[in-house]
Design a protein around this ligand. Structure first.
Ligand code: SF4
Ligand code: SF4
Ligand code: SF4
Length: 407
């Protein structure tokens, strides 16, 4: 940021709050080894020349207020790669998250906070009203019924087993993707429902460390699940939405009377149970997999179910030429759009540090980069266009829906 964002009192508060937090997050154990710097795609890139190790040092030296004013904290993708590599167990992502939270709400860059605010006030972060949502669901269902005449798309079904969440980018920008999701639930023959509100499958308040909004949106969604009497939430293909939900329940002590299962784990379960008949020969091109950090590395580190192996299991049933990118699973690099970077407005930075991802993908020779995360999908799509690459991202739901044998 070019101008000061903190007043005198806020500056003092930021210094003290971060100095306290650096102790709580293990920063006093920092060995200055630099493993976090080596592992971070964003380290040292910006004019501010910040990296995770310097971040710890600055805070320890009582200069945390300077960090709060740096663009770098928003260019960090909150991918957790530094945390995973740190031999001293320093929680660097928590420090960066808190530094963001100390920025006045109206000074967070781009659309991140506005997105979180819409989520709280309208129940989804694109501001889609109930009528528009229901109309889109009906429209997509009607079209799909031309191929699947007995298709049902339940809304507000009381007592359904699964409450499905949806990333609001779908009804807003990619409505046809809803048909892939409807097709999978229908083919699996499970009892499911969409709610009319609080179906949002993302949570940007985590990225601005806006704890009040983060907690309120989770509590309102949990109340909706319980009002409908659903026993399980099928969490949609969104890495950070899944992580923010699981981490938020723990952080805010939200007690739930249902289970949250990432939908990729459900795809795998439904294949194992023989619910889905699949033809893997329908995808002839080479496919690789981008592991979303939030649903893989960060989930594993926090003790939540990772989707890494289930995603590979599903891919082994829906395509014939799968190749791993390297590194992968918990060691994977971010797509470049994490931590809200995609909507924070630092496009030049994002494109620059996304090159590590581009190189990873290029080495596979893949035509399609499967990623079970809407945010990763958009970031990878941007990278493919910016670097003029022939490969394209694809959601797992698309590969799965296309491979389903009906009739
Ligand atoms: S969370 Fe990721 S981008 Fe941010 S400092 Fe750590 S490794 Fe770098
Ligand atoms: S990896 Fe951990 S111990 Fe090493 S410099 Fe980074 S924060 Fe310090
Ligand atoms: S956008 Fe995707 S790859 Fe990037 S940090 Fe988020 S989950 Fe990870």
């Amino acid at each position: 940021m070019t101008e000061a964002v903190l007043s005198g009192k806020a500056r003092q508060h930021a210094r003290e709050a971060l100095r306290r937090l650096v102790l709580e997050t293990g920063g006093d154990r920092c060995l200055s080894c630099g493993a976090c710097v080596v592992g971070c795609p964003v380290a040292d890139w910006s004019e501010e020349r910040l990296d995770p190790r310097r971040l710890v040092r600055l805070i320890q030296n009582g200069l945390g207020d300077l960090i709060v004013e740096m663009d770098w904290i928003w260019q960090c993708t909150e991918c957790g790669r530094c945390n995973a590599l740190c031999p001293a167990g320093v929680d660097l992502a928590a420090l960066i998250g808190r530094a963001r939270g100390l920025v006045p709400r109206d000074r967070s860059p781009g659309q991140i906070q506005k997105t979180a605010d819409l989520h709280r006030t309208v129940s989804n972060n694109m501001g889609i009203g109930v009528d528009d949502w229901l109309e889109t669901v009906e429209w997509m269902g009607d079209e799909l019924r031309e191929d699947i005449p007995d298709l049902e798309v339940p809304v507000e079904r009381q007592g359904a087993e699964y409450f499905a969440t949806i990333n609001s980018k779908l009804p807003m920008y990619y409505p046809a993707d809803l048909q892939d999701i409807f097709k999978i639930f229908h083919a699996a023959g499970v009892d499911w429902t969409l709610p009319e509100k609080w179906w949002e499958g993302t949570n940007y308040a985590m990225f601005t460390d806006d704890e009040a909004t983060w907690e309120e949106t989770l509590r309102r969604q949990a109340a909706k699940v319980e009002q409908l009497g659903c026993r399980k939430v099928a969490y949609t293909e969104c890495g950070h939405g899944y992580y923010a939900t699981m981490a938020g329940y723990a952080k805010f002590g939200i007690e739930i009377r249902f289970e949250v299962i990432h939908v990729v784990a459900l795809y795998a379960l439904w294949i194992r149970e023989g619910r889905l008949r699949l033809d893997s020969s329908r995808h002839t091109g080479r496919v690789t997999l981008h592991d979303p950090c939030n649903a893989v590395r960060k989930a594993s580190m926090a003790g939540f179910a990772s989707i890494a192996e289930d995603a590979r299991f599903v891919l082994s049933h829906v395509c014939e030429d799968f190749v791993e990118m390297t590194p992968n699973r918990d060691a994977n690099y971010c797509c470049s759009g994490g931590g809200g970077a995609l909507i924070a407005g630092f496009k030049k930075a994002r494109t620059h540090y996304g090159k590590v991802k581009v190189d990873q993908i290029d080495r596979t020779g893949a035509d399609l980069v499967c990623t079970p995360c809407v945010n990763c999908y958009d970031a990878l799509d941007n990278l493919a266009r910016d670097y003029k690459r022939p490969w394209r991202p694809v959601h797992l739901w698309k590969l799965l829906a296309d491979a389903i044998v009906t009739g």
